[in-house]
Design a protein around this ligand. Structure first.
Ligand code: MSP
Length: 505
């Protein structure tokens, strides 16, 4: 079965930071979980390289814009590697395949949906968004706080106003289309408030994909050259990755199984504009759009000018990648805003990863080593073992509905409940005493513990893959598919384990 998932494609006007890493790690976790669950996964990410914002930044850096794009786009690829994101495709909007895709998409928009007029109004280059007069704040800035500039130019428009009822109908018939519920409500009331047609081209600068023109129309002869509005160009990346404009039926089928993970500030582009464009072009809508919240740093909004932007590389270097991956999804319910602080990260590292998880694995496996490293599997279980064994075997089943709704936090809680239950079981069963009194019972207890450790490693594999891999290696498990979770431990010899989370960092 197919499972397609995307991150937004990132603007290349700045360095990758913790916000980008957050979206990408979330998509990676969902993709990894589905791969382990036997799905045919396509995880797509990339860079959004056109538009006035990028053109201006390149100019400021005194770099040729193409060269600038190459350099910064590579930094986003490097970020993906640094966070252990296993993507299947990386779309750059300056690639030939994407330019062709965006132009073909434009041409597929219904003729009556696209018309020429003059746009005059406010534009925020920072947000790459048009801002209505009524939405300016008291300082006459965009709702995001970004500066706006007056724009007056000839432009193509998309008849978004014609899609109000169709969109509302879609939201109603597909209650899971937008999540979480708060975002869904926000979008529904936005659309109910009325939709204005959207300017979808720019004619005052050239760093964009040329609007395709019909060879037999007047446009061909026109002096004026339009480039596509950066958002219509960017959103099309999702179908570029499926091979659009080739095999349109396949592209539609892939879209129907596609989940877009986005930050809350760009939900409107994904849940209003993109579906309307797709309806007009006759391509299937995505299955789901999930919007996550924003991170602040010690309570303060991150910004370049304040100089408080968290660099994921720095955290990874000091604490290790899995500590970061764990923290981001353990600390905050996915979908809500969160606050980053090193004190909180330190706590999660030492109480949960080093103590709860690290000690559990260490205690059990080092104990087995002390006895020669051989485990004699015995499944003669009693009532005292049942709960832990059953909860271990059912872990993935319990996580699945949460993962299907992108409730990463709840899925991780489910794993942690099992970690705590296994720790309690060790304390209750006291294997070190059984070693002196009851060898047979000891074998049962160690078998149950090895099963629970294996399940825990599977439950964590999508979240903290390097750590899970270490655990799998300690217990001779391949770790490639959830199917392995129910295999009996046959008589085994385990290698010497190492400490998962050394405390002295
Ligand atoms: N280029 C557009 C997306 C086009 S998709 C067709 C864009 N790019 S972006 O570089 O601004 O990155 C957006 C992603 O980074 C969003 O998912 C956004 O939420 C995330 N974050 C950026 N700063 C963030 C925080 N401080 N906290 C959490 N995520 C934030 O928008």
């Amino acid at each position: 079965m197919k499972f397609n998932i995307t991150t937004p494609i990132y603007y290349i006007n700045g360095e990758p930071h913790i916000g980008h890493a957050y979206t990408s790690i979330a998509a990676d976790i969902l993709a990894r979980f589905k791969r382990l669950d036997g799905f045919d996964v396509h995880l797509c990410t990339g860079t959004d390289e056109h538009g006035i914002k990028v053109a201006r930044t390149a100019k400021k850096e005194k770099m040729d814009v193409v060269e600038f794009s190459n350099v910064v786009s590579q930094k986003f690829r490097d970020m993906s590697a640094a966070i252990n994101m296993k993507y299947d495709d990386f779309v750059r909007t300056t690639e030939e395949r994407h330019i062709k895709s965006a132009q073909a998409f434009w041409k597929m928009l219904k003729k009556e949906d696209v018309y020429k007029n003059v746009y005059s109004g406010w534009y925020s280059a920072q947000d790459e968004e048009y801002v209505a007069e009524a939405d300016l704040d008291k300082n006459r800035r965009a709702p995001s706080g970004a500066a706006v500039e007056w724009m007056e130019e000839e432009s193509y428009f998309f008849r978004l106003s014609a899609y109000q009822d169709k969109l509302l109908d879609w939201y109603e018939k597909h209650p899971d289309f937008i999540a979480p519920a708060s975002r869904r409500n926000e979008i529904i009331s936005f659309v109910k408030g009325g939709l204005r047609d959207l300017s979808i081209s720019r004619s005052q600068f050239t760093w964009g994909i040329p609007v395709p023109v019909d060879s037999d129309s007047d446009e061909e002869k026109s002096e004026l050259k339009h480039v596509m509005y950066v958002w219509i160009d960017a959103l099309t990346n999702y179908i570029t990755s499926f091979g659009f404009p080739n095999n349109k039926a396949y592209v539609s089928e892939m879209m129907e199984n596609c989940t877009h993970i986005v930050g809350k500030e760009i939900i409107r582009f994904h849940a209003v504009y993109w579906p309307a464009f797709l309806m007009s072009a006759g391509i299937s809508l995505p299955k789901r759009i999930f919007a996550h919240g924003w991170w602040t740093n010690e309570g303060v909004k991150m910004s370049k000018s304040v100089g408080n932007v968290v660099d994921p590389r720095d955290i990874i270097q000091r604490y290790g990648l899995d500590v970061l991956r764990f923290f981001l999804f353990r600390e905050v319910r996915f979908g809500e805003d969160g606050d980053f602080s090193e004190a909180a990260l330190q706590k999660r590292f030492s109480y949960e990863l080093a103590n709860d998880l690290g000690n559990l694995v260490q205690r059990v496996l080092a104990f087995i080593q002390k006895r020669g490293g051989n485990i004699v599997a015995d499944y003669d279980i009693s009532d005292a073992d049942k709960s832990l064994l059953e909860n271990s075997r059912k872990l993935i089943e319990k996580m699945r509905p949460f993962m299907d709704k992108q409730y990463l936090h709840s899925a991780l809680n489910t794993v942690w409940d099992l970690v705590m239950e296994a720790n309690k079981y060790v304390n209750d069963m006291r294997p070190w005493e059984l070693a002196k009194t009851d060898e047979k019972r000891l074998n049962v207890v160690l078998t149950v513990l090895c099963e629970s450790i294996r399940s825990i490693a599977f439950g964590l594999a999508a979240f903290i893959p390097d750590t899970a891999r270490k655990i799998f290696n300690f217990i001779n498990v391949k770790g490639e598919s959830f199917g392995e979770i129910s295999a009996n431990f046959v008589d085994q010899h385990f290698p010497q384990p190492s400490v998962l989370f050394p405390k002295e960092k």
